[in-house]
Design a protein around this ligand. Structure first.
Ligand code: MLT
Length: 259
């Protein structure tokens, strides 16, 4: 597995296939495994790069990051890999990084893929929630954060009907170090509000949302679609906030159609 060190943080990533680069960024507190099945569906025709953000998965965290710095470090990584211009997309927190990438490096984007995510920044209540979650990670560890988040992450009924998926998601969340959770909570708390960016986006944009996403709802996704000229919206049936894990076939198809 290749790695690359940028600003003291070592990024791990998968880089497979040939052709137009499609870069996929995981959500919180997850890692690149959430894109594995979708990536498998794209790799025959495209170069698929799935990254672990610093501190997540197999990447290491030596220096704190912001959402904007993640975007600029990713840009540096993709330059190093000779993978620009690229399609860049992300799930939830990965979508925030993708939007920050679009803000800083629009000219290096073939297209933007926003999955179960939103453009708005955190409200005052949201920011307080981030601090509480950082404290929970510090005091009780990652499993306590996973227990708090998990009920909202999967689609309606999935916690009862898809035990294997619940187990897989819990494993990924439990593996996320508490220190990384703290760093990511602070970075998300202070991220930009990207709402004003949307009408000016000139690249093709695909928005994907699970039909029962309880964190970033289809209504939020529809408002983003309406704010971006020419954006395409795909609603994934039988999926919640983890659409790429819950319905990889359908999410893979939506991305394949787009790129
Ligand atoms: C995620 O799935 O990445 C998180 O729900 C993002 C967030 O907490 O804002």
């Amino acid at each position: 597995m290749p790695t690359y060190t940028i600003n003291a943080n070592t990024w791990s990533f998968d880089d497979a296939g040939k052709g137009t680069p499609v870069v996929l960024i995981h959500g919180f507190p997850l890692d690149r495994r959430v894109w594995a099945e979708v990536g498998r569906r794209l790799v025959d025709k495209h170069r698929v790069i799935c990254v672990d953000l610093p501190g997540f998965g197999q990447s290491t965290l030596a220096k704190p990051f912001s959402i904007a710095s993640l975007a600029s470090d990713l840009h540096q990584l993709l330059g190093h890999l000779d993978a620009l211009p690229a399609y860049v997309g992300g799930l939830s927190m990965g979508g925030y990084v993708s939007l920050a990438f679009a803000k800083q490096f629009a000219g290096d984007l073939r297209g933007l893929i926003l999955v179960d995510t939103k453009a708005a920044g955190d409200t005052a209540e949201g920011k307080a929630g981030r601090l509480a979650m950082a404290a929970l990670a510090r005091d009780k560890g990652s499993a306590a954060v996973a227990d708090q988040m998990l009920p909202k992450m999967l689609g309606a009924g999935a916690v009862q009907s898809r035990p294997q998926l619940v187990k897989q998601l819990k494993q990924i969340m439990d593996a996320c170090p508490a220190k990384t959770i703290e760093a990511a909570c602070l970075a998300m708390k202070d991220r930009d509000d990207f709402t004003a960016l949307l009408p000016g986006l000139k690249m093709p944009v695909l928005i994907v949302v699970g039909e029962t996403d309880a964190i970033t709802s289809p209504a939020v996704a529809t408002a983003m679609r309406d704010a971006i000229v020419g954006a395409r919206l795909v609603v994934i049936p039988a999926a919640g906030h983890m659409a790429p894990l819950e319905q990889p076939q359908q999410v893979g198809q939506a991305i394949a159609n787009f790129v």
